[in-house]
Design a protein around this ligand. Structure first.
Ligand code: PMV
Length: 354
């Protein structure tokens, strides 16, 4: 037959958990020990763009990340690719002379080119955007007939937090009960227009790669932390219910209180791990103090903070006016590239700087 190439491109933002996922009950399928809730960020600053292509002239599956070829041999990529191939359907484009039957997907090879518009593996959830985007783009390319939640269960097998990036707005990853993970999926709690007053500002405290990967960190915490058991059984189930209510009612005081407390408990279980894991640094701690003092002085929370597996601060301001004040304060107390060791800021809404 004639040579042809078929391509699909997708762009997916990262998400930041406000009730954290930390700990797996099944490492291969990536099944969590608790539910989690996140916000999907706007795609302009923290997103992955992925182009996937298929052609009979490709003789192996290959992938490039930010222009550099990376290996696809890891279990996580292979699990995602196998699931997608098994769900692919027939595809026909008469104009271009392309005819792919379901069984052909087992033999056809794909090329993947992915770009992050933010630092990779610096605790800015690059794998979340990456795997969500990869699965979404491939599902389009391969004509996979599956719901968005079903795709989230495939992305989950690439990186747990990736399942939440299949949706915008506020998203819950339901831990599920089934051994095969079929019910461990993401669902949208509210779309991106539900609480549009909120503005997210990320302080990139360090753009360097994190020292302890989330996979080994979680494993060590599950094996050694007694505090994690209390968190998993008592604290998180209650917080999930309260957070859903806070989001639904756009109750910023509850939202901020729960978000900050949950970030702090996540870092507490890291500290309770043997040997202890430190993701935040001195600058992170100073940012927390600064926001806590401000919130206390105002008599009501103005800004929430949360930190993932790295020192970077994700701050959520209650509205645009507060976000402008927050940025002013941050630039004053933590000027980029100074002895505060802070790299840069990413502002969730471009117009805030006007
Ligand atoms: O999906 P992973 O392996 O990148 O783990 C993410 C863990 C946290 O970012 C710390 C919390 C979360 O819920 O996203």
């Amino acid at each position: 037959g004639r040579e042809w190439i078929r391509m699909a491109t997708a762009r997916t933002p990262t998400n930041i958990a406000v009730i954290k996922y930390w700990g797996k009950r099944d490492e291969n399928l990536i099944l969590p020990i608790n539910d989690s809730i996140s916000m999907t960020l706007d795609p302009d600053h923290l997103s992955t763009t992925t182009t996937v292509s298929v052609s009979p002239s490709f003789d192996s599956d290959r992938m490039w990340l930010n222009g550099k070829e990376i290996s696809l041999s890891g279990d996580r990529f292979q699990n995602c690719l196998r699931e997608l191939r098994s769900r692919a359907s027939d595809f026909e484009d008469n104009e271009k002379g392309i005819k792919i039957e379901k069984k052909d997907w087992e033999k056809l090879h794909i090329h993947i080119a992915s770009y992050n518009n933010f630092p990779t593996a610096a605790g800015l959830a690059s794998s979340a955007a990456g795997f969500a985007c990869l699965v979404f783009a491939l599902a389009n390319l391969m004509n996979v007939k599956a719901s968005q939640s079903h795709l989230s269960a495939i992305a989950r097998q690439g990186s747990g937090s990736a399942c939440r990036s299949l949706f915008g707005g506020f998203v819950k990853w339901i831990m599920g009960k089934d051994a095969d993970g079929g019910d461990s999926v993401a669902v949208q709690l509210a779309n991106e227009n539900h609480w549009s007053d909120l503005v997210i500002i990320v302080a990139v405290v360090s753009a360097h790669q994190k020292e302890t990967s989330s996979t080994s960190g979680m494993r060590e915490t599950v094996e050694t932390s007694a505090l994690l058991q209390h968190r998993e059984k008592v604290v998180v189930p209650k917080r999930i219910v309260e957070m859903e209510k806070a989001i639904e009612a756009r109750d910023f005081a509850s939202f901020a209180q729960l978000t900050c407390a949950d970030s702090n408990q996540f870092h507490a279980v890291c500290l309770d791990t043997t040997p202890p894991i430190f993701y935040m640094n001195n600058t992170s701690h100073r940012i927390i103090s600064c926001i806590e003092k401000w919130n206390e002085a105002e008599g009501a929370p103005q800004v929430a903070y949360t930190f993932d597996a790295g020192p970077n601060a994700v701050m959520v301001a209650r509205d645009r006016k507060t976000a402008a004040l927050l940025l002013q304060r941050m630039l004053y107390y933590f000027p980029p590239q100074s002895e505060s060791h802070l790299d840069s800021y990413v502002v969730g809404d471009k117009s805030i700087l006007k």
